[in-house]
Ligand binder design. Structure first.
Ligand SMILES: [Mn+2]
Length: 319
């Protein structure tokens, strides 16, 4: 029998969904949440097998539970899927809200390539303001008359939703904080993805299924379309929300190049690509409470990050 963890029922449940080598990102996200004050249960959806860091997990009912600390556990939810996993984000969020944590105040989805470095306390205050979201790095502004919005309105109409509002902003779907009372928007997000998959593309298993001229290249566009169909309050952080701009204080999203656990920092720096803020946060949180790498490897990566940063500074001042 799994020991109950305090505070599970009242707070927000962080969750992520991953496959393959992203188990390293999911584990590091868990570490970063714990080290910034999250206490309770985190849900990790995985395409089998179980992540290597969860070998001590105990089976209970249909799920596995990993006891990490007396006040922190990870619930592992098997999530076999035949399609691009990103299309399952809203369905997984709804699974967490309705099945895994039906008494939680809400659920918070993080991509497995995100780490948190702001206090969990801030996040919980933030969730009181509405659906919590962050601007996208590439296209933070998508004004109301933008051609993509016309495509989003069309899809929403076809799927039986009324696009009742517009927005100037385009949010990144790597992070979505959902107070339980606002889960209706997530249901629309899931429905728009289903409608799109059924009526549009034959290539939905591709990572990107269209060119960026099109209104839809991924789950993120369906999320932005869904936001137009409800009047749920939105609380959107700027580019700093995912460390796409300097002076961030909440989280880092590793969107550039290889993932931080795959990068070769010195080689990249010598080719003019210095390490990112997300790389530095990843390796800061890579060691505990979950041990994702051997201590020697963590030391080596941290020192090559330092060296790569120095190389990057040298390149900047000499060019
Ligand atoms: Mn991501």
């Amino acid at each position: 029998m799994v020991r109950p963890i305090p505070d599970v029922s009242t707070g927000f449940i962080p969750c992520t969904l991953y496959s393959g080598h992203y188990h390293l990102g999911a584990g590091c996200l868990a570490n970063s949440l714990y080290r910034n004050g999250f206490r309770g249960t985190m849900c990790v959806g995985y395409v089998p097998p179980l992540p290597p860091w969860a070998s001590g997990a105990v089976r209970d009912g249909g799920n596995h539970f990993l006891h990490v600390r007396d006040d922190f556990q990870v619930q592992l939810i098997e999530w076999p899927t035949g399609r691009n996993l990103s299309l399952d984000k809203p369905r997984f969020l709804l699974h967490v809200l309705n099945e895994a944590a039906p008494d939680a105040g809400g659920a918070v989805f993080f991509d497995a390539d995100i780490t948190v470095h702001g206090s969990w306390n801030f996040f919980e205050r933030w969730f009181k303001e509405g659906l919590a979201l962050c601007l996208d790095a590439c296209y933070p502004l998508v004004p109301s008359g933008h051609p993509w919005r016309a495509g989003w309105r069309r899809l929403a109409n076809e799927a039986g939703y009324d696009p009742i509002r517009s927005s100037e902003y385009y949010v990144n779907s790597g992070f979505v904080g959902v107070p339980r009372s606002l889960q209706g928007t997530i249901e629309v997000w899931a429905a728009l993805i289903n409608h799109f998959v059924q009526t549009r593309s034959m290539m939905v298993d591709a990572v990107k299924f269209a060119a960026r001229e099109d209104a839809f290249v991924g789950d993120q566009d369906m999320l932005n379309a869904a936001l137009m169909t409800t009047d749920d309050p939105l609380s959107i952080l700027g580019l700093e929300g995912m460390d796409f701009a300097a002076a961030g204080y909440t989280m880092s999203h590793a969107v550039e190049g290889n993932k931080p656990w795959k990068k070769r920092f010195v080689r990249d720096a010598l080719s003019g690509r210095p390490p990112s803020t997300a790389d530095k946060h990843f390796w800061n949180y890579a060691d505990h409470p979950l041990r994702l790498f051997g201590p020697a490897q963590v030391r080596l990566q941290r020192s090559s990050l330092k060296l790569a940063s120095a190389v990057g500074r040298f390149y900047r001042t000499s060019s």
